[in-house]
Design a protein around this ligand. Structure first.
Ligand code: PEP
Ligand code: MG
Length: 763
């Protein structure tokens, strides 16, 4: 059966790839399905949103003259009933079904059995697929499973063809206008769930300074007034930003915006603008001249930290410039417009530190041309609960500032200038999901069907996320990524600043386990104040533990803060990117030194913490027993482990198709890891990479013997649901089968088939 599904999926993919005409694609698909499933009829009905009816769009076996002519209302006939209820209907004798409706000239009178499956994607039903047979026996569950598993692909196809139709529709108004307004749909990889509607804001792409022509103005007094007014607004805006950022992310001190305020209050700087205005320049020209002058001066400085300041200055001057532009264009209420805007940020590339420079509270979505689902900016977007789509190629050439946009992170689509019917569809979905977010997630125990407890913990990066742990029923913290605390500052956070943050976390989790990962920087997480030298391959360079061991003061500072904060808590310390035993020995030596110093100074600190290491470098897997001599536990970081095992850059959308945790080779690797923990009740194994949140991976992980999974708190309920449906033996069985397969699609199909037997929904 598995090979049948794969064959069908492959054939459908080929049809889609080779044909542009959607009608032809559906026509070919019904033929493939009918032939491969050995059935007499296969038909596809597509829902027409405007006419509110289902249209027969393709058929193999029925009268083809009815294509485009046969229409059914939702609820009408078996097909309409399946569409309306969203449930599959499988009957041996169609005529005996209360909803049966005979269609004249269809040629269906000879067919008895009837299988009708709704075509659904992201909770939206877009059509129905029917199979019919002459024999009076219902379709077998395995045939139904096969059809169900290809239905998502067909539903996605229908959705995109609908969008293409909308795109092709001529717009009212003149040709120029229609060019400007044309809807564009771009695909990417979703980094965080959700749907966002808003206005496009292009981040750092448009150089406003470059557009300014140096001009003189006859009324310097008027220009000066304008500048003073804009300066006042800019100061208020900056103070508001700072306050809001602080209320959102308590880790942030005001340092980012302090620097901006300092610039706005800097006499030399402000006088510099005034002086140029007095010389007769327009405000815009004066600001541009001043910026050019300062950028030149900054560029002569060697220190990276000063060069960063040049960016800050540009940021601040740009803020004033934008205010001036909006006042001049008659948009005097610029403050309100900015405050009300539902901004969706579009950018080519986005670093986590860029994100913190933005008014996070106003950002309703992020679209980025580069990056994949496990890039750090994606993780941060998740932490801040901002819908985000990364790896969305060609977006920047299609989007314009202030365009209306929609992000559908479920279907991984970005709609630029969406058509009216697309907008109204998403408005409905947003209302639905608002209701969902009010749901109280049941806190059923996280046990397998035969009662084995699987600890589901939360991955967090921010204090604010601790509130989600209880909401979604996560048991404590399996991974606290401390890097963001360091990245949002302009300088190294002091031991005390760190202590405050870590202490808050312990207070919030009320006695549950707190796993604090020691700073994991380098690669895509540079620290501006650490002066990293340029590396050709930073992902294979100075990162994680390597940076820590090269910066012992930094490491000791953090360990002191962690041990102090954990004095009354259940603390686990986690070291990142360990590849050699010597690294963990050295790290523990430093930890012991810190503990001795705290002890000598009589500073209260934790004395019964556990020490662990991240398993994310393949070499460590072949020395597990050696490592186990030195640590209490290990946590598998599947994001990096996959990256290093398959040689796939986790942030590179060009190769994201190769980044698949369900690959049988990877499952074999996990099995190999867990073997070392058999008969070692004194040691524990957890997983904290994104794979933990993958519902299809859950049975395999339990089957491999992993009893602790840590993930974004929001993912806990869906993983718990899967865990509760399977026994350990069933999971072991599934894993045994999966490791004998050859490709991830097969492993995914295997688990999906098990889901459908358990009545679990696939997504
Ligand atoms: C991992 O690599 O799987 C992991 C959890 O660490 P990070 O994503 O922070 O690199
Ligand atoms: Mg990692």
């Amino acid at each position: 059966m598995l090979s049948k599904v794969l064959t069908i999926l492959r054939k459908i993919s080929k049809i889609i790839a080779e044909n542009d005409d959607q009608a032809m694609v559906l026509d070919e698909i019904v033929k493939v399905l009918a032939k491969n499933l050995d059935t007499d009829v296969c038909s596809i009905y597509v829902y027409d949103d405007e006419k509110s009816c289902l249209n027969l769009s393709a058929t193999y076996g029925l009268n083809r003259e009815l294509i485009g002519k046969l229409r059914l209302k939702p609820g009408e006939g078996i097909t309409g009933a399946a569409f309306k209820t969203g449930e599959m209907i499988n009957v041996a004798d169609a005529e005996a079904h209360p909803k049966f409706r005979f269609v004249k000239n269809s040629g269906e009178e000879k067919y008895k059995s009837f299988l009708s499956i709704p075509l659904t994607v992201s909770g939206r039903c877009v059509g129905v697929l029917n199979l019919q047979k002459i024999s009076e026996v219902p379709f077998t569950p395995s045939i139904a499973d096969v059809v169900r598993s290809v239905c998502t692909q067909i539903a996605n196809l229908i959705i995109s063809s609908k969008m293409l139709k909308v795109l092709a529709e001529p717009d009212q108004g003149n040709a120029e206008l229609s060019k400007v307004r044309k809807q564009v749909v771009i695909r990417g990889v979703s980094a965080n769930g959700g749907i966002a509607m808003g206005t496009a804001v292009i981040y750092a792409k448009h150089d406003y300074f470059a557009d300014i022509r140096i001009e003189k103005e006859a009324h310097p007094a008027k220009e000066l007034l304008l500048f003073e007014h804009a300066l006042k607004i800019a100061k208020k805006e900056t103070a508001d930003l700072s306050r809001k950022a602080l209320s959102l992310i308590s880790e942030a001190d005001a340092s980012i915006f302090d620097v901006h305020q300092l610039f706005l209050d800097d006499r030399t700087l402000i006088e510099g603008v005034r002086q140029r205005i007095n010389e007769g320049y327009t405000v815009e020209s004066a600001i541009k001249l001043l910026n050019d002058d300062y950028q030149q001066r900054f560029s002569r400085l060697q220190e990276q930290i000063f060069r960063e300041k040049a960016m800050d200055l540009k940021d601040v001057l740009l803020r004033i410039l934008k205010i001036i532009m909006s006042i001049r264009s008659g948009d005097a209420s610029s403050e309100e417009i900015v405050a009300d805007a539902r901004q969706i940020v579009f950018t080519g590339e986005l670093l986590p530190s860029d994100l913190f420079r933005m008014p996070i509270d106003r950002i309703k979505g992020i679209v980025c041309e580069k990056g994949g689902a496990t890039a750090h900016v994606a993780i941060l977007a998740k932490a801040l609960n901002i819908p985000a789509i990364l790896g969305a190629k060609d977006t920047m050439s299609n989007v314009r500032e202030n365009d209306e946009v929609i992000l559908d992170c479920h279907a991984e689509n970005v709609y630029i200038r969406p058509a009216e019917n697309v907008k109204s569809h998403f408005k409905d979905l947003i209302q639905l999901s608002a209701k969902e977010s009010e749901t109280d997630y049941s806190n059923e125990p996280s046990v397998t069907a035969d009662g084995k407890e699987i600890f589901l913990r939360g991955n967090i990066s921010l204090i604010s996320e601790t509130s989600l742990l209880e909401k979604y029923g996560a048991r404590g913290i399996g991974l606290y990524r401390t890097e963001f605390l360091f990245m949002i500052r302009e300088y190294m956070p002091s031991e005390d600043a760190q202590y405050q943050v870590y202490s808050k976390i312990f207070k919030e989790v009320k006695g549950e386990e707190v796993t604090i990962r020691v700073l994991d920087i380098g690669a895509d997480k540079p620290l501006p104040y650490l002066n990293f030298s340029k590396e050709d391959n930073p992902v294979l360079g100075l990162r994680g533990i390597r940076v820590l061991l090269a910066n012992r003061d930094l490491m000791k500072n953090q360990l002191r803060a962690i041990l102090r904060a954990g004095v009354n808590g259940s603390l686990r310390i986690l070291f990142p990117m360990i590849s050699c035993v010597s690294e963990i020995i050295e790290a523990k030596k430093i930890l012991a030194e810190v503990e001795t110093e705290l002890h000598a100074k009589d500073i209260p600190h934790s004395g019964n913490y556990k020490v662990g290491m991240m398993l994310e470098v393949p070499a460590a897997i072949f020395a597990l027993d050696d490592f186990l001599e030195h640590v209490d536990y290990m946590s598998i970081g599947t994001n990096d482990l996959l990256q290093y095992t398959f040689a796939v850059d986790r942030g590179n959308e060009l190769v994201s198709g190769l980044f698949n945790p369900l690959h049988p080779s990877f499952l074999r690797m996990l099995k190999f890891i867990t073997k070392s923990f058999i008969g070692r009740p004194d040691k524990s194994l957890a997983m904290c990479g994104e794979m933990s949140a993958n519902i299809y991976a859950a049975p395999y992980l339990v089957g491999a013997g992993i009893r602790e999974l840590s993930m974004a708190p929001k993912s806990v309920p869906s993983v718990r649901k899967v865990i509760r449906a399977f026994t350990v033996a069933e999971c072991e069985n599934l894993l045994e089968k999966a490791v004998s397969l050859q490709n991830p699609e097969a492993a995914e199909w295997l688990v999906k088939e098990a889901f459908s037997r358990k009545g679990l929904k696939s997504v």
